[in-house]
Ligand binder design. Structure first.
Ligand SMILES: Nc1nc2c(ncn2[C@@H]2O[C@H](COP(=O)(O)OP(=O)(O)OP(=O)(O)O)[C@@H](O)[C@H]2O)c(=O)[nH]1
Ligand SMILES: [Mg+2]
Ligand SMILES: [Zn+2]
Length: 321
């Protein structure tokens, strides 16, 4: 987390405390009696159902419920909470978000600095799925990178690199890793710095394995959370934030298991292909759909080699052509 963000939150905390106090006055019917004045700022680590695991500024973890009258909070959120007699907490206010990530109408996480789309050799990456994830992330205005994991399973790594060259030419940074064989892990780790990163991607690609590799003593923490929430340990079921001991945070998220896809509008799809941006508005017709129209700047860019033809083909496929 950057210093400026922390400072911003401190200022917001004072405002949020005022709001929380006003809410308490307005919501006498709420079942929990709270002490006035002991409101504190916390970081949401994970949510399971209606319950939240909140980290106090001291680092202590606290089980919380949320007030009915406040918006749902998720991993990465900064909240105001108060402790109750039974050692738990009640979240009374949600601090302003810098950004948030929504998939299939569900809020996933908040206050993210960088998004890493993880794909793998097995299950094998699919371009349509990659493009769909990229469209969602581009529309959330997050910096995006791509990770190709399990490269030791590929018998033709040059082919894999050729496949991803279209993403590299579109401006994405692509890392080729093997968690199992520890290939390129150190270089990968050195890119993480002091920021909040979220790992997104299909189930089974190795998001949690990568996080475990990056934070070696994590197992304890994973066990602690899964015991409390009575959730299985092997596959991720809820989005959870972990601290890197040297600074920065990693957010693990469950991959899609069923082929449940986001409904994307044509407008979202177009703005999800980031290398198209310089050419949008340059076509002969203002309402150009970049399909068959004459003097289309996007198609000209494909012909000139400024847009990869496969990315353009993927674009047409996503808009349903
Ligand atoms: N061969 C190989 N297997 C790996 C590698 N990294 C992870 N795996 C295996 O891939 C499987 C799935 O890994 P997970 O880390 O659970 O995958 P995930 O992306 O977190 O999956 P979900 O939580 O379901 O979204 C596990 O059996 C890992 O051991 C790798 O570099 N090579
Ligand atoms: Mg996982
Ligand atoms: Zn056009």
């Amino acid at each position: 987390m950057s210093l400026t963000r922390r400072q911003k939150w401190r200022i917001e905390k004072i405002q949020a405390e005022r709001i929380a106090r006003a809410n308490r006055a307005a919501d006498n019917s709420d079942d929990t009696e709270l002490d006035d004045g002991d409101a504190q700022t916390g970081l949401v680590i994970t949510r399971y159902g209606q319950r939240l695991l909140v980290e106090a500024e001291s680092g202590e973890l606290l089980q919380c419920t949320g007030r009915r009258n406040i918006e749902l909070s998720v991993a990465g959120d900064q909240v105001i909470y108060q402790t109750t007699d039974n050692g738990e907490g009640v979240v009374t206010a949600l601090l302003a978000r810098e950004n948030s990530l929504v998939r299939s109408q569900k809020l996933i996480a908040a206050n993210i600095d960088e998004l890493w789309l993880v794909v793998s050799i097995e299950p094998h990456y699919q371009f349509e799925l990659i493009d769909r994830y990229l469209v969602v992330a581009e529309n959330a205005n997050l910096p995006i990178n791509i990770v190709v994991n399990k490269i030791e399973l590929s018998s033709d790594i040059d082919k894999v690199k050729r496949d991803f060259s279209m993403y590299e030419s579109a401006g994405y940074n692509v890392s080729y890793l093997s968690v199992n064989e520890k290939i390129n892990i150190a270089e990968f780790k050195s890119q993480l710095n002091d920021k909040t990163h979220i790992f997104l991607g299909q189930s089974g690609v190795g998001k949690s394995s990568l996080i475990n590799e990056l934070i070696p003593d994590l197992n304890l923490r994973v066990n602690e959370i899964s015991t409390k929430s009575k959730l299985g340990k092997h596959t991720t079921t809820n989005t959870t934030l972990y601290h890197i001991p040297s600074g920065g945070d990693l957010i693990d998220s469950p991959g899609i298991r069923e082929f449940k896809l986001d409904e994307l509008t044509d407008k979202e799809i177009l703005s999800g292909f980031k290398e198209f941006k310089p050419f949008i508005g340059q076509c002969k017709f203002r309402n150009c759909a970049h399909i068959k129209e004459p003097k289309c700047a996007i198609k000209t860019a494909v012909e000139n080699g400024d847009i990869h033809p496969l990315r353009y083909a993927n674009y047409l496929q996503l808009i349903g052509l």
